[in-house]
Design a protein around this ligand. Structure first.
Ligand code: HCA
Ligand code: CU
Length: 380
């Protein structure tokens, strides 16, 4: 499992631009790319230069920043698109063509033989023009393609010897982790090339599928900030980080984890979204402990109920106190944090009082503090 040597292809500036409310200005793209570069994303994928005039000039604008991250663009398997992409001076070109029966019928109308011939023409042209460009070939809708068609295409492309990487795309979010594992494993074994996985989240498996790909030997995973993309998007950057961190924090120490929250906030702001309450790492409730039993254990040792240390991400945990499930350990800990000397009997009385009150309406943190301060003064 190459988890010591995997790369993130951050596609907020390509797949992310396909999200319903995403339209970034040039300045915003530079800001997003700069933050992703600081974070440590190894590759940034940008919208095809053929999409619109500004898509083309923005690739140049990002290249001029001289980021550490390699800048890629994403094109159809088309010689004219390839010419325009090469013209931008981009570091890498991601070529994609549909292989599922639906895409062969409704998208380009080509047979598998014609797809292979087209790939040969386009990939040879790119390699001829630029021996150094990082070249990837991917099939769109891989998991609704016939397996025999897929293998014919991938093996033919691998044999051509032009590409650095093959991509697998779960375009409509239907794949299961087992299917992703099997296909990735097959391609790793048959081609020996680097393998990239791109997974949509229609059925909630985008993170699990990305991880299954890594387990099977994939070297590159596509993400976007907050998971934005077509429909409900793809593997979210923060979610992938959470998945890997909980297996072993060392898998993600190459990234500046404290920037995850800044990245999520930046994109939420530009897309007019709230960060979901249950988001990985940055959701408002991600580090709130509530029930008395949980609070007691977390106060003694946070790892009892926390697999992610919020401080590794520049965030804080919170113990919720003003509710009917509260416990006196949490109340006592708050009193201590306020520097108050209150005996245990009084703290137990206060806890009972909070529970009774909060059976009707939860108390705010400020209300709890007032109760505790009054008890503190009374005990002087
Ligand atoms: C799309 C294309 C794509 C391409 C993925 C890739 C997909 O917008 O439909 O090139 O790896 O999901 O198939 O994003
Ligand atoms: Cu996609």
């Amino acid at each position: 499992m190459p988890l010591d040597n995997y790369h993130i292809i951050e596609s907020t500036l390509r797949e992310g631009e396909q999200f319903s409310t995403a339209t970034f200005t040039t300045a915003q793209k530079i800001e997003i790319a700069a933050l992703l570069d600081d974070f440590g994303a190894e590759m940034l994928e940008m919208t095809s230069p053929c999409a619109s005039p500004r898509s083309r000039s923005d690739i140049r604008a990002i290249l001029e920043q001289g980021f550490n991250a390699r800048i890629l663009t994403h094109i159809r398997c088309d010689i004219n698109d390839a010419r325009i992409a090469l013209d931008t001076g981009v570091h890498g070109i991601d070529v994609v063509i549909g292989t599922s029966p639906k895409l062969m019928q409704h998208s380009h109308g080509m047979t598998i033989r014609q797809i292979i011939d087209r790939a040969a023409e386009v990939l040879a042209y790119i390699r001829e023009q630029s021996p150094d460009v990082i070249l990837r070939f991917s099939t769109e809708d891989s998991f609704r393609s016939r397996e025999s068609d897929l293998l014919r295409v991938y093996l033919a492309v691998a044999d051509m010897g032009y590409v650095n990487r093959l991509g697998i795309a779960d375009t409509v979010g239907v794949a299961t982790p087992t299917q992703v594992y099997r296909l990735t494993d097959e391609l790793v074994r048959l081609t020996g090339l680097d393998i990239e996985f791109h997974g949509h989240n229609d059925s909630g498996c985008a993170i699990a599928n990305a991880y299954a790909a890594l387990e099977a030997g994939a070297t590159h995973i596509d993400t976007t900030i907050l998971g934005i993309g077509e429909r409900n998007g793809i593997t979210p950057l923060g979610g992938l980080v959470a998945r890997l961190y909980t297996l072993n924090p060392a898998y993600v120490t190459k990234y500046r984890l404290e920037l995850v929250a800044d990245l999520d906030r930046l994109i939420a702001g530009y897309c007019g979204l709230d960060i979901p309450f249950n988001n990985y790492i940055t959701g408002s409730s991600a580090f709130i402990h509530k029930a008395g039993i949980h609070a007691k254990a977390v106060l003694a040792d946070p790892q009892t109920y926390e697999v992610i240390d919020p401080s590794d991400f520049g965030l804080n945990r919170e113990i919720a106190i003003g509710h009917h499930l509260t416990g006196w350990n949490a109340v006592r800990s708050r009193a201590e944090a306020l520097g108050l000397q209150i005996d245990n009997d009084t703290l137990r009385d206060i806890t009972r009082h909070i529970k009774t009150q909060a059976d009707n309406v939860a108390l705010s943190a400020a209300e709890i503090d007032t109760i505790l301060r009054q008890a503190g003064e009374a005990s002087l």
